[in-house]
Design a protein around this ligand. Structure first.
Ligand code: NAD
Length: 343
């Protein structure tokens, strides 16, 4: 039976991994700690490591794991911007879960948009206090508005289908357009200038880091609604905060935040948060922050557990690693399109 060191373990992970681990012949040691330079040594004696989005898989961590004889690290996520895959090359295979439920994330993006627009979060608080006033709760019809979708991969495409159900006009930007889906592609600047709502569904790479910044924000329509369920660092949070304060941005739904790794998934309700940008964003009536929960459905958690364990079994059985990340170039999304799993 192979032993796995499982980092950033939460009760909702354990339910699904515990259900499946024996059928895949694994013994799992769960650690609540995030994987980083200080905790990597905890994996000693394990045959493989399981990590999540806010674990740090950088060169020192890879070196520590490698010295312990670990040759396989399985991400329970689709995104892998937290992995130094060049450092991992020729040392540790890194596998991921490329798709577990695009519906979970796309539906959460729409939930953020609907909540923000119809002020459900504020209405909920009011009526609990027997305040039945409607002042300040006016929204707008989504029907007939233009939504800009950045990234038309698995999640972006499901999100576009959902948007069409609401009668939204969809514009999209993606350097690798999907054929045969009748999606109207435009440049990023045209999308910014024409969209009433912008939703981000692309990976975090060197090219997409801070793609929403003071310059792109200035191109947007006044009162634009921004939804980000992808990765926090797609948005320059300081620039977003300024744009919200100046009313350029009408509302923002953020499931991810660029400095989330030390905060999200944990309870800080008894603590003074030191991150002034996040604290200010959270205080705004027209901002909703959820803590990277877009993936959190039963279906997604089941699929994450199953694919993660399958990925690990494939490695230990010496089979082809279908979900291995390409290490050899720093343009992994491009590479996936052109080279499948490896350059
Ligand atoms: P995907 O690989 O299927 O699609 C990503 C799309 O983005 C691709 O079509 C790609 O061509 C496009 N893209 C690449 N570079 C781009 C750029 N510069 N500008 C615009 N588009 C670009 O991935 P997916 O499964 O749809 O997931 C999208 C992202 O959602 C992931 O990278 C991850 O960061 C995020 N995600 C978040 C959660 C969550 O819980 N919040 C869960 C899963 C995934």
């Amino acid at each position: 039976m192979k032993k796995l060191a499982f980092f950033d373990a939460k009760p909702y992970d354990k339910i699904w991994f515990d259900q499946l681990k024996e059928s895949y012949n694994f013994k799992i040691k769960y650690f609540e700690n995030k994987l980083n330079e200080d905790t990597a040594a905890m994996a000693a004696g394990s045959d493989g490591v399981v990590a999540f989005v806010n674990d740090t898989v950088d060169a020192p961590v890879i070196e520590t794991l490698y010295k312990q004889g670990i040759r396989i690290l399985a991400l329970r996520s689709a995104g892998y911007n937290n992995v130094d895959f060049k450092a991992a090359y020729n040392k540790i295979h890194v596998v991921r879960v490329p798709a577990y439920s695009p519906y979970a994330v796309a539906e959460h993006a729409m939930a953020l948009l609907l909540t923000l627009n119809r002020k459900i979060h504020r209405a909920y608080n009011r009526t609990r206090d027997y305040n039945f006033s409607l002042n300040g709760l006016t929204g707008f019809d989504l029907h007939g508005k233009t939504i800009g979708v950045v990234g038309t991969g698995k999640i972006g495409q499901v999100f576009i289908d959902i948007c069409r159900g609401f009668g939204l006009q969809v514009l999209a930007y993606d350097p690798f357009p999907v054929e045969g889906k009748q999606i109207e592609y435009v440049s990023l600047s045209e999308l910014c200038s024409k969209a009433d709502i912008i939703s981000l569904h692309c990976p975090l790479t060197k090219d997409t880091h801070h793609m929403i910044n003071s310059q792109t924000l200035s191109q947007m329509r006044d009162g634009v609604v921004i939804v980000n369920t992808s990765r926090g660092a797609l948005i320059d949070s300081e620039a977003l905060l300024e744009a919200i304060k100046s009313k350029k941005v009408g509302a923002a739904g953020l499931d991810v935040y660029e400095e989330e790794s030390e905060l999200f998934f944990e309870d800080f309700s008894n603590t003074i948060i030191q991150d002034d940008i996040l604290a200010r964003l959270v205080s705004m009536p027209n901002v909703i922050v959820t803590s990277h929960q877009a993936f959190l459905t039963n279906e997604a958690l089941h699929n994450i557990a199953e694919t993660t364990l399958k990925n690990l079994k494939s490695y230990f059985d010496g089979e082809e690693l279908k979900n291995e990340i390409c290490y050899q170039c720093d343009k992994a999304p491009t590479c996936e399109k052109k080279h499948a799993n490896r350059c």
